[in-house]
Design a protein around this ligand. Structure first.
Ligand code: F6R
Length: 614
């Protein structure tokens, strides 16, 4: 969480810091700040609120300088106040930090005893004081050089925890020093200028060539170039990666909100996930490094992820078990990592993460690796920590998702899981060539139908008028559509702040039925599949208790309309692909309800897109 940026070069750093921070706002937006070096002194500005608040203050009272750092915060230690906002300053050191310092309390106590004064409640301020304490301008002997980098190196030995860290000092003014441990940070290489960011997408419009720092590394960045050192102070030769991302994808492209644009991008995003992986009735998985004999040995699969990615995993279980007959367990990553699961070399771990930086998901994958499991990640971010740590990575190619709430990456992850399921089934010999071709044809057909689902937007907008003032929603689905109900309820909660609960339809009578009255809308997913008749029972049971039912049914269904006032029709899809078709109207519903409530649909309160802390 939190986004950090830096700039060193020949331009005024301030507009660049503001622009790149703006692009990282999805990582947190409760307070912001920048620091620049000018004429041997630090210029600092911090504000509570988002980047626009900071920008406004810089219009009124400009700052400038050609070296600077910036931060957009998602609070962990201490409330969102100006004091707690980054950069944190101690003496002549300014730093921004993303992560958590676990031993900060004991360090703070010792520093207080030494007479140091603290202005904030953050763990980060401790790092600033330690760097200041360890700083000697002429400490020229460390392999990483003198001054700031030596002070940072000494400090890193004293702290424990996770960090991406950027430090500057007017006492050593020609450089920026950055360090990484479990939180991402990249360096963009320009001509005589360098850009630093938590995420490569933030600096895409400035540079194409990127260095990804690895855990334990420190980089010293000067106008003349970059030097990277490992934990043992040995200089490291880093690979330079050329990014193929299109900066246009980072813009709203005429839509009112990023989330609306991203909902509408789903036909393209799913196509980009699938194309290149299917050809002539076959699946080609160049990025899947397990051989057919590896796959035949797999006895058990664990799927793990958080939030929306966990919901995708729950659906993936239906696909993989149904098609390949390999047993699958699905665990929320923050649970899996602490429950000592039975994992061995016959296990495959599938970790799903849009950002590829979710700390619990990475930890679960690492734990599985230690136990000898094979690993594959399903990710939207190239070169993310998760994808770099897993043996195989399936990049979903959905393009940058700027809205904090996930939409297109959910359905793209489902598409990737589907292709993977068919692939596993084929390699295991559970399905033959004809069946494989048929299953591939099913997803190609669905891709054609997604455009039709988009046509529901207007009807759902109309429906939102009736429901936006409700206090709660219940979402019911059965079988493979139960996780879709969970996802629909979560979209409603995070976008509209209305309490919403997702439940398996058959389980409703064991508790949630008590919630039903004439004020509680109940969204029921009732596609024409093997559980269709059961879903009709759910509708009846809700109606019998005066509940207001909104049903999502399959086109051509003439039964449901006799039972419910609000029925929305989606095109038919094969069983494993109904979740893709069903989840899109639920995204529209949450979006329009939130919009009517006047909320910030792209940046709901308290959330951050990339959850890099526990
Ligand atoms: C909800 C949402 C979150 C994420 C979760 C995991 O709309 O976006 O629930 O799904 O924080 O993030 P990733 O997928 O980046 O690991």
């Amino acid at each position: 969480m939190s986004g950090i940026v830096g700039y060193i070069g020949w331009q005024n750093a301030v507009p660049i810091l503001i622009d790149t921070l703006k692009r990282l706002e999805y990582r947190g937006y409760d307070s912001t700040g920048i620091a620049v070096i000018k004429d041997s002194s630090l210029g600092i500005r911090k504000r509570v609120g988002d980047i626009d608040v900071l920008k406004e203050s810089l219009y009124k009272e400009p700052l400038n300088g050609m070296i600077g750092i910036g931060h957009t915060r998602w609070a962990t230690h201490g409330k969102p106040t100006e004091e707690n906002a980054h950069p944190h300053i101690a003496g002549k050191i300014a730093i921004v930090h993303n992560g958590i310092i676990e031993n900060y309390l004991s360090l703070k106590e010792s520093l207080l005893k030494e007479g140091r004064k603290f202005l904030s409640d953050t763990d980060t301020e401790v790092i600033a004081h330690l760097i200041d304490k360890n700083f000697t301008p002429s400490a020229g002997s460390g392999p990483a050089g003198s001054g700031l980098e030596s002070a940072v190196q000494k400090t890193l030995k004293e702290i424990s925890g996770t960090y991406a860290l950027v430090a500057i000092s007017p006492a050593d003014p020609e450089k920026i020093v950055i360090a990484r441990n479990e939180n991402p940070i990249v360096i963009g290489l320009g001509r005589g200028e360098f850009f630093i960011a938590s995420d490569a997408s933030a600096i895409l419009s400035y540079v194409k060539d990127i260095i990804f720092l690895d855990d334990g590394e420190i980089a010293v960045i000067k106008k003349e170039g970059v030097q990277v050192y490992d934990r043992n102070n040995k200089q490291v030769e880093k690979n330079i990666r050329r990014l193929g991302l299109n900066p246009i994808l980072m813009e709203k492209g005429g839509y009112k909100h990023f989330i609306l644009k991203e909902i509408f991008e789903q036909p393209r995003a799913i196509w980009d996930t699938v194309r290149g992986r299917v050809s002539g009735g076959e699946i080609i998985f160049e990025d899947f490094k397990l051989s057919s004999s590896d796959i035949k040995k797999i006895k058990r699969i664990f799927i793990t992820g958080c939030g929306t990615s966990w919901h995708a995993g729950l659906i993936g279980k239906f696909m993989i078990e149904g098609l390949s007959r390999i047993p699958v367990e699905v665990d929320i990553s923050s649970e899996l990592r602490y429950r000592n699961p039975i994992i061995d070399s016959d296990t495959l771990i599938i970790a799903i993460s849009e950002s590829g930086e979710t700390v619990d998901t990475i930890a679960s994958l690492r734990d599985g690796k230690k136990k000898g499991a094979k690993t594959v990640s399903i990710c939207n971010t190239i070169e993310s920590s998760l994808s770099r740590e897993s043996v195989s990575t399936i990049n979903i190619h959905a393009g940058p998702e700027i809205s904090v709430a996930s939409t297109k990456t959910f359905t793209s992850s489902l598409s990737a899981l589907y292709i993977l399921s068919v692939y596993l089934a084929k390699l295991k010999g559970v399905i033959d060539d004809n069946e494989t071709a048929g299953l591939i044809n099913d997803i190609v057909t669905v891709m054609g139908k997604i455009e039709d689902v988009m046509g529901l937007e207007e009807e759902i907008e109309g429906l939102s008028k009736m429901f936006y003032e409700k206090k709660g929603f219940l979402y019911l689905g059965r079988g493979i559509n139960y996780p879709v109900a969970l996802e629909g309820a979560m979209k409603m909660k995070e976008l509209s702040y209305i309490y919403a609960e997702g439940y398996p339809g058959g389980e409703m009578k064991h508790g949630p039925i008590a919630l039903i009255d004439e004020h509680t809308p109940v969204v029921i997913l009732a596609p024409q599949n093997i559980l269709y008749e059961k879903s009709l029972i759910d509708i009846e049971e809700v109606k019998a208790r005066n509940g207001v039912v909104i049903v999502f049914a399959t086109e051509g269904d003439t039964e449901v309309v006799k039972m419910a006032r609000h029925v929305l029709y989606v095109p038919h899809a094969s069983e494993y692909l109904t979740p893709i078709i069903m989840s899109i109207p639920l995204q529209f519903l949450a979006y329009y309800v939130a919009l009517r409530r006047g909320l910030n649909v792209d940046r709901p309160r308290n959330l951050a897109k990339s959850v890099t802390v526990e």
